[in-house]
Design a protein. Structure first.
Length: 368
């Protein structure tokens, strides 16, 4: 029997998906984590009992438990982030074993710089981008501009079309001749990444593991098809769709036991611009809340807080799992229970609403 867990953010992200992935891989033998969407813009925090703390971007959050990582074709690679994080993990005593699908897209520095310039140009109408070039990478591949040397003219044309005028300094940053150091640095990072991963042509490698944990990035409300919050979304499927597709693609040699785990804090957060119907001051939830991972940045500003509508939470989790086409058990994981306030959310209400064969897991926040 193979044990398959699917960890999904139920809100706008930052729910505690790293904690759940660490939890599911802690005592698992022969385990692999599948980063099933997005790219290195994810920031999943794991804090171990010995005080070791790491924010995962390019590797599965089970790495500190010895789990391997698989980056399927839905994941967007970033050589710069890969190298930096690999070296951080090596200092912690870990050298991750990573498999990569050969069809993965790869971000280059132009994608990241363009993303940040475009976001700044929006002024007060920012989309809430992380500035990691995810959307720009996807658009470049759609134009079949896959080589670094061809990106300069592509992006100069794009800026002109968008009516964005670059400063002389910005234009030189993009120029492959005037700024060869950027190109050389990128190729070194790319070579490093290529030499530290194992490429595969399909998802069948998962059949060799006893425990498979799908670790989604972002959250259901940021799904690319959630038109209610357009354009402040992420360009990927954030729910069960990608894991379900991969599970169906594998010719399993043993029975599989699937559990879909939707993760939420006891309140809601949103990092970046966009509608937030239940937004409130942090003090209305708990004035002692601290967040060491989601610090203010120029692209997403300060982390925003809101109250949790349990009925709407149940509706979107139920709607997502119904699209899977795979039989699976249902779990709701609530993190940050140490920040729980009875006046904002009732555990009785949660049990009452999630009564249709849902299992409830409760976790405290450990990093405060």
């Amino acid at each position: 029997m193979k044990d398959i867990k699917i960890v999904i953010g139920a809100n706008f992200g930052d729910e505690g998906k790293g904690k759940l992935t660490d939890y599911y891989t802690k005592n698992a033998d022969n385990c692999i984590v599948v980063c099933s969407n997005g790219g290195a813009q994810r920031g999943h925090t794991v804090l171990k009992s010995d005080g070791t703390r790491h924010v995962f971007h390019h590797f599965g959050s089970g790495t500190l438990n010895g789990a391997d990582t698989y980056l399927p074709e839905d994941f967007i690679l970033n050589p710069l982030v890969f190298k930096e994080e690999w070296e951080e993990l090596k200092k912690l005593g870990w050298e991750p074993h990573v498999y990569v699908h050969e069809k993965c897209m790869i971000t280059n520095p132009f994608d990241m710089m363009a993303n940040q310039i475009i976001e700044r140009s929006r002024g007060n109408n920012k989309h809430g981008s992380c500035g990691m070039g995810i959307y720009n990478t996807i658009q470049r591949y759609k134009k079949h501009i896959n080589l670094y040397s061809l990106s300069w003219s592509y992006y100069m044309d794009m800026f002109r079309h968008m009516g964005i005028t670059l400063s002389e300094q910005e234009e030189e940053l993009f120029h492959p001749v005037k700024n060869p150091g950027l190109r050389d640095h990128y190729y070194k990072d790319l070579d490093f990444m290529m030499s530290h991963v194992h490429f595969v042509s399909n998802d069948q490698l998962l059949n060799g593991y006893d425990t498979i944990v799908f670790e989604n990035g972002q959250g259901l409300l940021l799904d690319q098809n959630n038109t209610e919050y357009f354009p402040h979304l992420t360009p990927s499927n954030t729910g069960i769709k990608n894991p379900a597709r991969i599970i169906k693609s594998v010719s399993w040699t043993d029975e599989i036991n699937i559990e879909a785990c939707y993760v939420t804090r006891t309140y809601m957060t949103r990092h970046g611009a966009g509608a937030f119907p239940t937004e409130c001051n942090k003090e209305e939830i708990n004035p002692d809340i601290k967040d060491l991972t989601n610090v203010p940045n120029p692209h997403q500003d300060t982390l925003r807080y809101g109250k949790l509508n349990v009925e709407e939470l149940h509706e979107r989790c139920q709607a997502d799992i119904k699209t899977s086409g795979i039989p699976c058990r249902k779990t709701l994981a609530m993190t940050h229970m140490n920040e729980y306030c009875e006046s904002n959310i009732s555990l009785y209400e949660i049990h009452k609403i999630f009564k249709d064969n849902w299992k409830l897991k409760l976790f405290e926040r450990e990093e405060n």
